[in-house]
Design a protein around this ligand. Structure first.
Ligand SMILES: [Fe+2]
Length: 276
């Protein structure tokens, strides 16, 4: 089975933080020992089915889906998108992607991060025009190679949300700042790249929809969500953004997350514990 980005302990931690419930309070409310919960948060063992269901109810998670996570019963099948090439972002554990258009003549990079020489080797593999550098959010493991990629591909437009653009330093003044729901022309055949603003992991977290591929950065993972660590936006904002802006897209949309394996919106609605 494909390994998920987040285990039961990660989901528990994110939901506890999101609802500001600490281990003692959760133990008292659930009747589960503090030591058991502390262990699960450190990936020692896992909850029984009935324990996972009790915790889910207290943390507003889906009981059946959380029980599946505790028992490691679900992971997405191997999913590929014919227009998308994935590359690791060594030394970061994050995912980078290139979306190809016009039979590989034109491309958009999602998240310029990792060792520049590795990334530039990936980007120079093929004769295509790099039209866009799409940045999902401000964290270093998603944008620390922006300057190197921009220098190597000076005609590529850097696209980012205004609230996170400070992370790319002096390049911020050259970035194309898009608003929620706004789209950009990609190629000459009417294809559009739509940006969906989903604050929560960061204030400027952006998802990009290109045809049937949705690049979700650290907003939505297979079987989990990114941590709500924004300066202003909340855990509730994060979940609401996913439900109102992503889950309203077609079910067969392929989700390409910033960490972990690809999935689809139908699979996330059916299996992601954060969405009862
Ligand atoms: Fe992140």
């Amino acid at each position: 089975m494909i390994a998920l980005e987040d285990e039961f302990g990660d989901i528990l931690r994110k939901a506890m933080r999101g609802h500001r419930i600490d281990t003692r309070a959760l133990a008292a409310a659930s009747g589960i020992a503090v030591s058991s919960i502390e262990g699960w948060l450190r990936y020692h063992g896992s909850a029984r089915d009935d324990e996972a269901r009790t915790l889910a109810t207290l943390l507003h998670l889906d009981p059946g889906k959380l029980a599946d996570s505790a028992a490691k019963r679900w992971a997405p099948p191997q999913i590929a998108h014919p227009d998308v090439r994935h590359h690791p972002q060594d030394p970061h554990p994050s995912n980078g992607y290139v979306f190809f258009l016009d039979g590989g003549q034109r491309a958009a990079l999602v998240d310029p991060a990792g060792l520049p020489r590795n990334l530039l080797r990936v980007l120079r593999d093929g004769a295509y025009h790099l039209q866009y550098i799409l940045v999902t959010h401000k964290h270093a493991d998603h944008c620390d190679a922006t300057a190197d990629v921009a220098a190597a591909f000076p005609n590529a437009k850097i696209v980012m949300h205004r609230d996170d653009v400070h992370a790319i330093g002096s390049l911020a003044s050259k970035a194309t700042l898009v608003k929620d729901g706004e789209d950009l022309p990609f190629g000459d055949d009417g294809v559009r790249i739509r940006m969906l603003h989903t604050p929560g992991h960061t204030d400027g977290s952006a998802c990009y929809l290109v045809r049937s591929a949705l690049f979700t950065g650290d907003t939505l993972f297979a079987g989990s969500v990114g941590g709500a660590v924004a300066d202003h936006a909340t855990y509730a904002d994060l979940l609401h953004g996913i439900q109102s802006k992503l889950f309203t897209l077609p079910d067969d949309t392929v989700v390409m997350p910033g960490h972990g394996p690809p999935t689809t919106l139908a699979l996330e609605k059916a299996h992601n514990p954060f969405f009862p």
